[in-house]
Design a binder for this molecule. Sequence first.
Ligand SMILES: [Zn+2]
Length: 233
Amino acid sequence: MTSSAFSLEPESLGKTLGETVRGRLVGLIIRGEFAEGERLYPDQLAAKFGVSITPVREALMQLAAEGFIENIQRRGFHIRVPTADQIRNVWHVRQGLEICAGEQVIKRLENKGLEVEALERLDALQQAQLQNTQKMDHATKLELNGSFHATIIEFAENPILASFYRSLQHKVVGGLVQRGLDSWRTRVEMEGREHKAIVDALKAKDYPKYEKAVREHIQRSLNDALRDLAARP
Ligand SMILES: [Zn+2]
């Protein structure tokens, strides 16, 4: 599958070129294009993406600040598998942002800024994840799950929240930690039930139910990410 097939991520306003480049770099990481410890050359990536070296450096520095890439003096940027603490930190912030987003989505549904029918996009993304589970590759699964969650963020219509969320890169964790493992496949159906609980709570405009569903989903997902990390060879 080519990178152009991955256009599921909502294109939010205010995305900088650095963020776009980072998104494409993350796409390569989750498709397993780089080995653990592999060096990333900014000039090669700039040529690959057809951009100047500045946004590539910006994207690499950002991913390095988040700890997904190691920036070694005079030896450049290298791919790094995240630590358990890093995963916990990402999931903790992610949980907070997704709860905050849902609260705004429910408010928008209540005052008719958003129609309940719009939530059918979430059903469609969820259905796509449940179809062909056995044939689906890991990158597609990460993209579909990422799009499901990013769509809830998009529905909140809060550019500041969206910007923080985009910088989280939990898909990178999945891409690096679950590489070579098949454990994610056994969890697709359970994730489907959890996603349905999240969408049902939004449709019902039931904030306590939404918050509970998100907490359960993200906590379970964190536990599995840590289990995957421990299972890595
Ligand atoms: Zn999910």
